[in-house]
Design a protein around this ligand. Structure first.
Ligand code: ATP
Ligand code: MG
Length: 453
């Protein structure tokens, strides 16, 4: 769709919508007024307008304008130009950044700076255009509403106003083409539907399972960012359900999806959903959440599955766990680029699990003093959902944290606990593995003979 196909915009006047200036960041308003005073068009656009219309609290305020990035820079002393794929102006007010983007077009008349991948994927996109062009190159109709401070009206070129009223997420233009241009839009559909409680329009939803494999082409660093937005913004549990429902789980977490296929009693899924629900709860109450813990939970089914596959190789339990952790991390990195500052603590959370079985005095004290103890202990508590027998170690370690050094020493002396093999509760999970079929093993596999039949 080009803007030439568009009728005149629907103009929703200030008394016909619920957005008031009080809900908008002072700094964003400053930017809008200043651009207007300099003779440029300028609007609040995207997530902020959408969220305000549904009564939400936008976390950031983006501005679209007819001014070029250089013209914006000339107007604001506190302005930096950033980006290559999208050249943007950031106007900086202390901790708040107002992102100012020049109206851009999605069609190439040969004059602009634009690059397309063979599959139709957009690589670079710096073709400036009109507000109509800018509206149609956005992803969903509800993300293409413009709020201006000349008349405080909302401008709608693509039917977004109606879709907000009907709580519908609908891609602008031809859905298949829009997903092919940028497969991450499939994840955005699921995430925004979960966040807003909107339904995805059937024409935009039904293509997703078929086009899901295109996500493998998206840059892994971008997918990591998208995963954080999806799972660390307070609606992770519903997002996870929606990912699974729309056939996207295997596209982002292939090995977890494979493990969940064999999760016949549903306990692995239940544990994962519990982890996400706890995270959502923490976000809602303003507590910190860490990507390491989140990914430890999201990839735990994959880790357990890998342990099951390695179990037949007769490795030493600790070596086996390290190898399983490394493999899962490596395989997942092809899809989602998790920085090492998160993947290392994620692995620690996994590898510490086996140490909760050991009640030798020295090792108990050493584990309690481990910098990752608290995260690993929280993870152990979560695992009770999957393995109810872990209630006993959870009770022990809960008590251990409340006792004084001497109290704990006495407690351990009074009730000596048999020293369990390090992998008892982790590797003892029954892995229902088809006997005859030989699983694919990766190139990272070192020379250990594969003893699988
Ligand atoms: P939220 O901030 O709640 O995650 P958002 O819609 O604001 O949601 P952003 O990533 O901040 O998401 O994007 C801002 C706006 O940029 C969107 O509302 C949309 O108009 C446009 N946009 C973002 N990503 C895309 C995309 N992949 N394709 C087309 N337009 C996009
Ligand atoms: Mg936003």
């Amino acid at each position: 769709m080009t803007h030439a196909d568009l009728p005149a915009p629907r103009i929703v006047s200030r008394d016909a919508h619920n957005i008031s200036r009080k809900q908008i960041s002072q700094n964003a308003l400053r930017v809008l007024y200043k651009l207007n005073e300099a003779g440029f068009d300028a609007y609040l656009v995207g997530g902020a307008v959408r969220d305000l219309l549904v009564g939400g609290h936008p976390k950031d305020f983006d501005v679209a304008t007819s001014a070029t990035p250089e013209q914006v820079k000339a107007l604001f002393r506190n302005c930096r130009l950033i980006g290559r794929r999208f050249r943007l102006a950031h106007v900086i007010y202390g901790p708040e950044i107002i992102e100012v983007a020049t109206f851009r077009a999605n069609t190439d008349d040969g004059t602009g700076d634009r690059e397309l991948h063979e599959g139709g994927r957009l690589l670079r996109d710096n073709v400036y255009g009109t507000i109509e062009d800018d509206a149609v190159r956005r992803d969903f109709t509800v993300n293409a509403l413009y709020y201006g401070v000349r008349d405080f009206a909302v401008l709608d070129y693509v039917g977004g106003w109606e879709d907000v009223q009907h709580r519908t997420l609908r891609l602008i233009g031809d859905p298949e083409q829009r997903y092919r241009e940028d497969p991450v839009r499939m994840l955005r559909a699921v995430r925004l539907a979960a966040k807003l409680g909107f339904a995805i329009d059937p024409a935009s939803a039904e293509l997703i399972p078929r086009l899901a494999p295109l996500i493998a082409e998206a840059p892994p660093a971008r997918l990591f960012d998208e995963m954080l937005k999806m799972f660390l913004a307070g609606h992770g549990e519903t997002s996870f359900d929606a990912l699974a429902q729309h056939g996207l789980l295997a596209a982002v977490f292939p090995e977890t999806a494979a493990a969940l296929v064999d999760d016949h009693d549903g306990r692995q899924r239940a544990m994962l959903r519990k982890a996400l629900a706890n995270t959502d709860e923490r976000v809602r109450s303003g507590k910190t959440v860490t990507p390491a813990f989140l990914f430890a939970a999201l990839l735990w089914p994959a880790f357990r599955r890998e342990l099951g596959l390695l179990a037949e190789k007769g490795l030493d339990p600790m070596a086996m766990q390290q190898r399983a952790a490394d493999r899962v991390t490596l395989h997942q990195a092809h899809r989602i680029a998790m920085p090492r500052r998160f993947s290392i603590p994620m692995q620690e959370i996994w590898l510490l699990q086996a140490r909760f079985d050991i009640r030798q005095r020295k090792r108990v004290f050493r584990l309690l003093a481990h910098p990752r103890f608290r995260a690993a202990y929280d993870f152990l508590a979560l695992r009770v959902t999957e393995q109810p027998e872990l209630a006993e170690p959870v009770a022990f370690w809960t008590e251990a944290q409340t006792l004084s050094h001497d109290g704990l020493a006495e407690r351990l002396a009074a009730a000596p606990h048999p020293v369990a093999p390090a992998d008892e509760t982790i590797a003892a999970a029954p892995r229902k593995r088809p006997r005859r079929r030989r699983r694919h093993t990766s190139a990272s596999d070192s020379g250990t003979p594969d003893t699988a039949p």
